[in-house]
Design a binder for this molecule. Structure first.
Ligand code: AQP
Length: 343
């Protein structure tokens, strides 16, 4: 059967489960802005970006903090360059079709698929009997977030690759079970020097909002002094920077800082190492700190300004939800029809 053609459409989301950090910015939001403005490989896209608050509550969230974090995340998207006119900008719970399609996908996905997810194993840990059912079913909701828009491409960090593969498995099983070519095989877009930004305290661990050490990450709300201090104190080794990337093998902390320099400068890691080859960290760290402050300070000031106008944020999100539902409602209606749910 010929594959139907789908509108080139990007969907991606971030959880408002804590403050935004540099890993979220370089691995996700900066790419969202690139895809919104320049597309990818000569192709342009409709773009839909989301604060996934229903995902956030799969682990405990204080209600007032969740509401604050959702608005702050929206401010972070806009301050970084997501344009609510060019992109559809939404909060997940305001578009009920996400959760409705997720229920259908709960009946398509298999328990064994979910049990293999490394994020489930990491987050549930040894105490999995006490984890929420929502945390276990998280990847089915993520598949619904993407497929409720028939999204063809999803820019994400490296850690989300397995969930996109599962999204494809769910789409394929649905299409196969119901003998349709209804859902697309969505492509992950995992590109650039910062697909996996590592902790500043331990180059073998991903930079993460749940790391107990604030020094391990640069928060998008950090001021210039805090950014510079965290980079100055970042873990490194005594050797100077090598001439080539191969020379960084076995030096994960140094490699991480070179990747950050590359991603913040919008150049490849190869070009970055060529620029800083031979430098000692005493020379390289101030360079990186200045660059990080130059790129991040305007974003954090704009976030703070936008957070003075939360009514405007709420208005933008309500408008985004209306636009999103225009795409999502017919896809949900068709899904119900395919499944045989009587309307
Ligand atoms: N360290 C990272 N490097 C590159 N990309 C990253 N992303 C997250 N951390 C890094 C990308 O950011 C997007 C949204 O992430 P999320 O908030 O939905 O989920 P997360 O992966 O759970 O974020 P954290 O900070 O790692 O949270 P915790 O500590 O709760 O696990 C995704 O595209 C992700 O790839």
């Amino acid at each position: 059967m010929a594959q139907p053609s789908f509108t080139p459409r990007v969907f991606s989301g971030i959880q408002p489960s804590g403050g935004l950090h540099l890993g979220n910015y370089l691995g996700a939001i900066k790419r969202f802005v690139d895809m919104q403005n320049s597309g990818l490989n000569g192709q342009s896209f409709e773009t839909i970006y989301c604060m996934v608050d229903l995902h956030a509550i799969t682990t405990w969230q204080d209600p007032a903090t969740l509401a604050h974090n959702t608005r702050e995340l929206c401010a972070g998207f806009i301050a970084s360059g997501v344009d609510p006119e060019k992109s559809v900008l939404i909060n997940q719970s305001q578009v009920p079709e996400h959760a409705q399609l997720a229920w259908i996908f709960n009946t398509v996905a298999r328990m064994g698929w979910m049990q293999r997810m490394t994020q489930w194993k990491d987050k549930a840990g040894k105490n999995s009997q006490n984890a929420s059912l929502g945390l276990f079913a998280y990847p089915a909701l993520m598949a619904a977030d993407i497929l409720i828009y028939h999204a063809t491409h999803v820019p994400v960090g490296e850690d989300q690759k397995q969930h996109i593969e599962l999204t494809r498995d769910i789409a394929a099983k649905f299409n196969n079970d119901y003998k349709v070519d209804f859902f697309p095989m969505t492509e992950p877009v995992i590109e650039g020097a910062a697909t996996r930004v590592m902790s500043l305290r331990d180059g073998s661990k991903k930079m993460s909002k749940s790391d107990a050490s604030d020094a391990s990450r640069i928060n998008m709300t950090d001021d210039a002094d805090a950014i510079a201090k965290k980079i100055r104190k970042a873990k490194t080794d005594p050797d100077p920077l090598p001439e080539t990337l191969e020379g960084l093998e076995g030096r994960p902390d140094a490699r991480n800082l070179v990747n950050l320099y590359a991603a913040l400068s919008d150049i490849s890691a190869e070009a970055a190492i060529a620029q800083v080859a031979g430098q000692q960290f005493g020379q390289f760290k101030p360079l990186l700190a200045d660059l990080a402050v130059e790129k991040l300070s305007p974003i954090s000031s704009e976030m703070a300004r936008l957070m003075q106008h939360t009514d405007e944020i709420d208005r933008l999100l309500a408008r985004g939800a209306e636009r999103a539902r225009e795409i999502a409602a017919p896809i949900l209606a068709e899904t119900y029809k395919i499944v045989g749910l009587v309307k």
